[in-house]
Structure formats: C-alpha cells, structure tokens
Design a protein around this ligand. Structure first.
Ligand code: PAF
Length: 304
C-alpha cells in the first residue's frame, strides 16, 4: 500500500489532511478500514467500474453530504458482462479516475485485480463456484436482455460489501433496476448497510452521463439524446393527465424511431418498486428505456 492513510491515521492522526490512498488488495483495504473506523467517521462505499465522470462525482459528493469517509471501488467486473458484450472495449483510465477521486476528496480508492475479487477461480472470474443472485426484480428488462448480468452485479457488490463493510453505499439512479436489485439483496441478506441513490447527471442536451458515452462516434453522440427525449415526452404526457402506459410507451417508441442510428430495445412503464409492467401509470411509476446507438447500448429512466 502507498504510504499515506495508515501512517497518517495511526501515527500522526492527521487523518483529515492526508492524501488519498490507492489500495489494490483486500488485506490492505481491511487494514485501512480499521484505521478509518478509529477516526470515528462512517464509511461510504461508491462502487464503480471506473472511467469516472461527473455522474460518479455526484455519488462521491452524496457520500460527503452524509459526513462519511468515501471509499470508491474501481473494478470492471467481468461476470456482469455477457460473452458478446463490451467487456474488452469498456473504457479504462485509472490515472484520470485517480485525479477525479482526489478532486472529490475521496479517502480511499480500492482498485482490486481479478485475483483479489475472484480468488482461486483458475484465472477466470466466470468459473467462480459461489454466486449471489436476486431472482425477482432481476427478471425483466436488463436481466432478460443480459442473462447473468444481475448475478454478476449482485455477486461483486456483495463481495465489495464484505470487504469494505461500509455503513452506507451510494448508487446512481441511472441504473434504476440495478439500484432496486441491490436494495432487495441488502434487505434479503440483511446487510447492515444503508443504500442511497443520487439523481442522474445529464449533458446539456439531456443525454445521461455514462462511461459508455465515450464509445459513441460524433454522429452517434449527436443522436444519443433521443433516449432522454423519449423519456421527456412520456413525462410530459403523464403530467398532462395521460395515464395509459400503452400510449406513453407508443410515444417513446415514436420518438426513438426519429433517430436513424438508434435501435430501440425496450421503452416501458413499470411499477417503481416491483418493476412489473403496469397498464395505468401512477406517481412513482418508472419509464425505462434501452437502445443501441450504433454499437453502444445505452439505458435511461425517469421516475414519473
Ligand atoms: O454500476 C456499476 O458501475 C456496476 O454495475 C457496479 C455497481 C460497480 C458493479 O460492478
């Protein structure tokens, strides 16, 4: 471990002035955690896959608003990607990530290797023998299109919860289904962790910030805001009194069809808690959308 956190916290006790630590192993993380606990602050985990942007920064700020010391995990988790998905192309830039975490006064960056997260699995995380799976909220939408995705997410998030033992964890609303699945897992497995979420951060044209946006070509980027436009159309119709989920969904589909590079995957209204499709839209229903823009698959949502 880089000299820093433990030395500052234990020897000089200048915990609040120290530099951020970059930690690579579970043992180091647990040693840092003991030191953090001695400082008396609550610990917040912000789980990420890196390629950090202002959406992630908002999650880090949410941790600080809670008065917690922030641990940001950076790990591109292989098991939540399907065999034909973009694991290899997923953007990675640890240097830039470190800078953003420093700027946001994060205490610890935890960037483990595959061996640390999936030990003894013969070099392949996919060969793991132990999994965590939520089987209800995971069934539809992303779970249906990306078999095994939420099993990978729940497994890695459960591991991170065990390793970091945070008091709270912060997730983005942009991955609404993931947020609900994690909340359910926390409830079912009785993790003593409070789950917070931070609203989606958007570009001026409405496009939700996502690490995958970096993979859009200029022409694709110009049309990628069609997802948020479709959500806006649904939102406006609902606030004008339209309660038919079918009509909101049709309006979203029409909006996406106006962007030639976008191929709609789903545009659906669901119950905000159960994620079951609804016929009548109510306050708290959620509009969920996913589309391929060129080769990049984007998701977004709006709580109605
Ligand atoms: O939302 C993400 O970036 C990932 O799914 C998460 C929660 C870090 C698990 O790998």
């Amino acid at each position: 471990m880089r000299r820093g956190f433990l030395r500052d916290a234990i020897e000089t006790r200048s915990y609040y002035e120290r530099v951020m630590d970059m930690i690579r192993t579970v043992n180091e993380m647990q040693a840092a955690l003991s030191a953090m606990r001695r400082s008396g602050r609550r610990v917040a985990l912000v789980p990420t896959m890196g390629a950090l942007h202002e959406g992630h920064a908002a999650l880090m700020r949410r941790a600080r608003e809670q008065g917690a010391a922030a641990v940001v995990s950076i790990y591109v988790n292989p098991t939540q990607f399907g065999p034909h998905e973009d694991f290899k192309q997923y953007p990675r830039d640890l240097g830039a990530d470190e800078q953003l975490c420093n700027r946001e006064k994060v205490e610890v960056v935890f960037a483990p290797s595959d061996d640390e997260m999936y030990p003894g699995d013969g070099g392949s995380a996919h060969a793991a023998a132990t999994w965590v799976e939520e089987t209800t909220l995971s069934r539809r939408f992303e779970g249906e299109r990306r078999p095994g995705h939420f099993r990978g997410v729940c497994t890695v998030v459960a591991k991170l919860f065990h390793i970091v033992q945070p008091d709270l964890a912060i997730f983005g609303q942009k991955d609404y289904q993931q947020l609900k699945v994690v909340q359910r897992m926390v409830r079912d497995l009785r993790f003593p962790i409070e789950i917070f979420f931070a609203p989606t951060v958007r570009e001026p044209d409405g496009l939700a910030l996502s690490s995958r946006n970096a993979r859009l070509s200029t022409a694709e980027r110009a049309q990628a805001a069609v997802l948020s436009k479709a959500l806006r159309v649904a939102y406006d119709l609902f606030t004008e009194g339209e309660q038919s989920a079918h009509r909101l969904e049709a309006a979203m589909q029409r909006t996406v069809s106006l962007a030639p590079v976008a191929r709609l995957d789903y545009a659906q209204i669901a119950d905000g808690e159960t994620l079951e499709p609804v016929a009548n839209v109510q306050h708290g229903s959620v509009a969920l959308i996913a589309a391929h823009v060129g080769k990049v698959r984007l998701i977004d949502n709006a709580i109605l």
